[in-house]
Write a protein that binds this ligand. Structure first.
Ligand code: PDD
Length: 287
């Protein structure tokens, strides 16, 4: 029999089958909560401060109290990790369980906290590239909050799945925002472009790393608006996220991107990213 996974729920570590919440939890009733996804490479939490900063921002923007300090969070996360493989921590904080269902914030209710650790399965098609489809971004205008209310993103990702694609590239009024669960990069006229951070996108931590690596390695880059028309002329398109790292797109809306081959800049950036991951884990081994 396989050992059941241990998760963290409201101050207690317990087998996942025993981790249950109240049906009155506002996460369940309203999707009233926020989350984070933090990669863990060989036991070391990747870019933890960036993830904490974004979590603190999501909590502040939703007016949910932060139940723990950064140090406390880190200590609570550690027992969930298996040092022998690449994993990611999923953490979720909801506004908590109130006595009655009411849209307005309840008074005196403690936030609910749930955390689990999952394996990062190597993304099969990564080296060969994936297909993407462009779709109208019909989500709300607070996409900078990492909200658990993901119905918009889910419906958009499903359109990609139904088109046999790995991701939906979202377009608002002719301009690319992001992927359904990723940030978008394109190489246009030799410059690596990604849309700027604002409330139309979730500012990804993987995105931050890519931009830092571009800068350090003198790869021309810009945080700039990117029209769908420009995207269609790109010599490379990439998707970036904590769970899929950097994925090259070789087909967009049924048309091949640069002849359907993985681009040279992606190969270079992916190499830089893999080295950075290893160096970062080594440097933060005991922290
Ligand atoms: N999602 N944009 C959206 C809408 C996302 O959902 C994600 C990641 C990103 C990339 O952010 P990061 O590089 O920090 O992972 C951008 C995670 C992986 C998820 O929902 O599972």
């Amino acid at each position: 029999m396989t050992k059941s996974k241990t998760v963290f729920l409201n101050g207690v570590y317990l087998p996942i089958e025993q981790a249950t919440i109240s049906v009155m939890d506002r996460g369940f009733l309203f999707g009233d909560g926020v989350y984070e996804v933090i990669p863990v490479y060989t036991g070391s939490l990747f870019r933890l401060d960036g993830h904490f900063e974004r979590l603190e921002n999501s909590l502040a923007l939703t007016q949910i109290g932060n139940p723990y300090s950064r140090e406390q969070w880190r200590e609570l996360i550690m027992p969930l990790i298996d040092n022998t493989k690449d994993q990611y921590i999923y953490m979720q904080i909801t506004r908590g369980a109130a006595e009655k269902r009411d849209h307005a914030f309840p008074v005196g209710v403690k936030p609910s906290v749930f955390m689990m650790c999952n394996d990062i399965a190597p993304f099969e098609a990564k080296d060969a590239g994936v297909k993407a489809v462009s779709v109208e971004d019909n989500r709300w205008s607070l996409c900078n909050i990492k909200a658990i209310a993901l119905l918009g993103n889910i419906l958009l990702r499903q359109q990609a799945v139904e088109n046999n694609c790995a991701e939906a590239i979202l377009v608002r009024e002719g301009y690319v925002t992001e992927g359904a669960a990723s940030n978008v990069f394109a190489v246009v006229d030799g410059v690596l472009i990604t849309p700027p951070k604002n409330n139309a996108i979730l500012g990804g931590i993987t995105r931050d790393v890519i931009l830092e690596l571009a800068k350090a390695n003198r790869i021309p880059y810009a945080e700039d608006i990117l029209s769908l028309d420009a995207l269609k002329t790109a010599s490379e398109i990439w998707l970036a996220s904590s769970t899929r790292e950097i994925l090259p797109v070789i087909e967009l809306d049924g048309d091949l991107v640069a002849g359907g081959r993985v681009g040279r800049l992606w190969q270079a950036m992916n190499g830089l990213f893999q080295n950075y991951k290893i160096a970062y884990a080594e440097e933060h081994k005991n922290s």
